[in-house]
Every structure is written in structure tokens, then in C-alpha cells.
Design a protein around this ligand. Structure first.
Ligand SMILES: NC(=O)c1ccc[n+]([C@@H]2O[C@H](COP(=O)([O-])OP(=O)(O)OC[C@H]3O[C@@H](n4cnc5c(N)ncnc54)[C@H](O)[C@@H]3O)[C@@H](O)[C@H]2O)c1
Length: 446
């Protein structure tokens, strides 16, 4: 789906109108292409805390150029501030001291990352307050920076300091183009199975098997392509009616196919049997297949309500249970759900869809604390993504969805796929129980 407004506003006349009338002026976001360095430019590192040395070590492993000195004429692609040493609110002014003089030196599609410690794990009440305050700071700066730049807060548990590389690599690179204003948690439970130095950062999923449901088109197709790009063998699943498209996509990426309806009674057993027989198990499971059956509740039929719940929530629950019970998910495996911002903020006409997507977040919450062997569960919550699903949305609602976010534009399926590839990375074992919105920091709702 093309964004005609964005094309028009980039003409000389469009730029003049945008400037004089204060119209949204979406910039073209940097996106990562195979062969590119992770970051095209230098990252400034500052702050003082327990993460500073680990940050520079991680940037070195990732091949990202960094400095702690800013020059008069310097321009920078990223700013990283270690705020884990802030133990009381009067120290929060350190954020202003670090960022204010540097923000004008941040290039377009720049990246800001603030690192702290989870407030609930703070040593005392004052530290807890100071760490919690970081959330308001980063979410506001995300709405201020503009020019395609993003701002995130990463809470790193004590003991997980050496597990930050995959997250920094994602958040500082163009792979996180449409992710902003997010709070990511890196926990200490379960040491990461694959140290960052042992990951092949150009093909991190080499030797891994990934299952993607709803892989014949839209976001699922892009997830399959990105996981394949990162080295995975992909098994794409879709309904029989989508078999032709599924085969085309999977043939292009040397993948495997399974055509079934994920709500079928025998679907969990068939998927489990297939991955065990063909590959001895699975490393990455992405529950992407989803449907909408929108109607205000006052007009909703039982069928419409039930089918959205069955496809979006009950099927992922049953498939996950079957795979876990059978031991089909390999150590350091990944379970990844696709929720939606509708599941966080709610939406008119979507009581069924929003319930199913909030339930996907519930699935993450329920499973995350108890998974073993380095297996993790996380979800993405996409906002307005340009697909056939959103092309069918009425014009006014579509324009509101597109513009009312900090990027003033819709995201692309690849933006969701890149976020999933970060969760799937073998060095992301400490990234567990997260729900990250891929919404360009949507202004509506929560
Ligand atoms: N497009 C957006 O803006 C957006 C926003 C938030 C969340 N999402 C979520 O992202 C996911 C992908 O969305 P999309 O826009 O690519 O949708 P899409 O309709 O283009 O693709 C969904 C895919 O799932 C498959 N599918 C549907 N029911 C199935 C079933 N019972 N068994 C097996 N496969 C089935 C479809 O055949 C299709 O290939 C969905 O879970 C959706 O809810 C999308």
C-alpha cells in the first residue's frame, strides 16, 4: 500500500506547504540492507553506572564505532546514556546535562538509548523513584526528537550486564526503524546460552529452524524472509486457500511448507510431528497468523467473536503447549507472539480482536517466568503497518492511524520482522517476557 501523502510532501511544493501550514512531514526512515554495517556512523556513550564498560564491550563486539568525546563539528548516529548509577531524583538532571548539548548533533534516523535498572529491583525507595522517572524522560524525548530518530529505555537487571549486545545492536541500528518510546527489560534469569562473541552477527540464525504461521503474505511473509536472511531454515504454515502463495514465498527462500488451519483440532499435533520428524525440533516459533472480524459488540455475532479468539489466541496457546509438552522446542528456543496495539489501548469495533491480542500478552506473562533451558517468550505489538489488512481500513481512519505517531507514517512489515529477528537472536536469551510495540510511538491510547 503506497503512502501518497508521503510522496507528495517530499516534492518542493509539498515541503513548502508542510513548512508554512505545519503539516506532518514524515522523513524517509533508514532501513537496514544486507551487507550494511549495523550503524553508519558513531555512537556517543556517556553516564556512569554498572553498565558503562559492558556497553563499550558490546559495541566493540558489534563493530559499532563509539566515542565518549564530542567535538564541535562532530555529527553522531546514536547517543547512549548509562543511567543505572542514578540513585536519587536530584541526580536526574544528569540526563539534561548529557543530552541537551548533543541533540543537535544527532543525525536523522538517529538512535537514543537510555540504560537503567528495573525500578522494582532497586536498592531503596529513592533509587526506585529515580529509575522509574527514566520512563517519562525517554517517552517524552521520543516525541520530541523528530527526523526519524527513536528513543528507548532499557532496564537491565543486576547480573545481566553482559547480555545487552543483541539489544543494543537492534536498538542502535536501522533495524528498529519504527520502534520508539519503548521500555525493554533484560533479565538475569537463565544465563544467556550463546555469548555475544560467539554469534555470527551477519547470520545469527545459522543452523536454526523457524516456524512462521500465516507466512504466505503480509507481515508473516516478511518475517519468513528476514529469518531466512539471518540464516534460519523456515517452515511456513498457512491455510490451504493460501497454498499457492505460501509455496511461492517458501520456494524463494528455500523453505518448507505445511498447509493447515491452525484452529483445526489436530493442528498442534501435526506441527509438532512435522518439526520433530524433519528437523528434530524447532528453535523459533512465530505465532503470526491472525484475522480481524470487526463489529461493535452491539452488532457482533457469536461466530465473528469466536473465530478471532480461536485463530489469534487459542491456536497459539494450544500449539505452544503441544510443542513444549513434547519437548519439541530446542534449548535456547524462542516463542514469539504477534499482539497489536489494539490489545493494549483497545479499539472501536474490535472487542474480539483486542481481547485476543491482550490475551497474547497474557500468554507472554504466563509463560515467561517458568520457561527453562534458555527458552524465551516475547511478543511484538504492531501499530499501523502497511499491509492488505490496513489497506482495507476506511480512508479517514487509515490517515489518522498513519499520521498520529511520532514518525507521521505507517510502518512496514519488515519493521515487525526485524523486531522478531532480535528476539530470535541466540544472544537474546535474557530478553524474556517483553512486549515491544512496533508503532512509531503511536499517540493514541496507551
Ligand atoms: N497489519 C497491521 O497493521 C497489524 C497491526 C497489528 C497487528 N497485526 C497482526 O499481525 C499479524 C499479521 O497481519 P497481516 O497484516 O500480515 O495480516 P494478513 O491478513 O495479510 O495475513 C495473515 C495471514 O494469516 C493467515 N491465516 C489466517 N487464519 C489462519 C488460520 N486459521 N490458519 C493458518 N493461517 C491463517 C492468512 O491466510 C494470512 O496469510 C496478525 O496477527 C495481525 O493481527 C497486524
Amino acid at each position: 500500500m503506497s503512502d501518497r501523502y508521503q510522496s507528495l510532501i517530499h516534492t518542493p511544493v509539498g515541503q513548502l506547504l508542510a513548512k508554512n501550514l505545519g503539516l506532518p512531514n514524515p522523513v524517509e526512515l533508514d532501513r537496514w540492507s544486507e551487507g550494511d554495517p549495523l550503524v553508519k556512523g558513531t555512537v556517543v556513550v556517556g553516564g556512569e553506572g554498572r553498565l558503562t564498560t559492558e556497553v563499550t564491550a558490546a559495541l566493540d563486539v558489534l563493530g559499532i564505532s563509539h566515542t565518549d568525546e564530542v567535538t564541535e563539528e562532530g555529527r553522531y548516529k546514536g547517543l547512549v546514556f548509562d543511567a543505572s548509577g542514578l540513585t536519587s531524583s536530584d541526580q536526574l538532571v544528569e540526563l539534561q546535562r548529557f543530552f541537551t548539548p548533543k541533540l543537535r548533533k544527532l543525525e536523522s534516523s538517529g538512535r537514543v538509548v537510555v540504560l537503567g535498572g528495573p525500578p522494582e529491583e532497586a536498592a531503596d525507595a529513592r533509587e526506585r523513584v529515580a529509575q522509574r522517572a527514566l520512563e517519562g524522560f525517554t517517552r517524552s524525548l521520543g516525541k520530541e526528537v523528530g527526523r526519524g530518530s527513536t528513543v528507548q529505555l532499557v532496564y537491565v537487571s543486576p547480573g545481566a550486564e553482559d547480555a545487552i549486545a543483541s539489544t543494543l545492536g537492534f536498538l542502535l541500528s536501522p533495524k528498529s526503524a519504527y520502534v520508539s518510546g519503548q521500555v525493554v527489560r533484560i533479565g538475569a534469569k537463565g544465563a544467556h546460552k550463546q555469548p555475544a562473541e560467539q554469534v555470527d552477527w551477519s547470520k545469527p540464525l545459522t543452523g536454526k529452524v523457524a516456524v512462521v504461521t500465516g507466512a504466505s503474505r503480509g507481515i508473516g511473509e516478511q518475517i519468513a524472509r528476514v529469518l531466512h536472511r539471518d540464516g534460519a531454515q523456515v517452515l511456513g504454515i498457512d491455510v490451504p486457500q493460501a497454498a499457492e502463495d505460501l509455496h511461492r514465498v517458501m520456494t524463494e527462500i528455500g523453505g518448507d511448507t505445511l498447509t493447515l488451519d491452525i484452529t483445526a483440532k489436530d493442528a498442534p499435533a501435526r506441527i509438532t510431528h512435522h518439526v520433530k520428524e524433519q528437523y528434530g525440533g524447532v528453535d523459533v516459533v512465530v505465532h503470526n497468523a491472525g484475522i480481524t472480524r470487526d463489529k461493535r459488540l452491539v452488532n457482533m455475532k457469536e461466530d465473528a467473536f469466536g473465530s478471532a479468539i480461536a485463530v489469534n489466541l487459542t491456536a497459539p496457546e494450544r500449539i505452544t503447549d503441544a510443542l513444549l509438552e513434547d519437548g519439541a522446542i530446542k534449548p535456547n528456543g524462542r516463542i514469539i507472539g504477534v499482539a497489536s496495539i489494539a490489545g493494549i489501548a483497545g479499539n472501536v469495533g474490535q472487542t474480539n480482536y483486542a481481547a485476543s491480542k491482550a490475551g497474547v500478552i497474557g500468554l507472554v506473562d504466563a509463560l515467561a517466568p517458568d520457561l527453562e533451558d534458555g527458552i524465551t517468550v516475547n511478543a511484538v505489538a504492531p501499530g499501523f503497518i502497511e499491509t492488505k489488512m490496513t489497506a482495507a481500513v476506511p480512508f479517514t481512519t487509515r490517515e489518522v492511524g498513519r499520521r498520529l505517531n511520532a514518525m507521521s507514517q505507517g510502518g512496514l512489515p519488515v519493521d515487525v520482522a526485524e523486531t522478531i529477528a532480535w528476539y530470535a537472536n541466540p544472544a537474546s536469551t535474557a530478553v524474556n517476557g517483553n512486549v515491544v510495540r512496533v508503532c512509531g510511538q503511536m499517540m493514541l491510547g496507551a
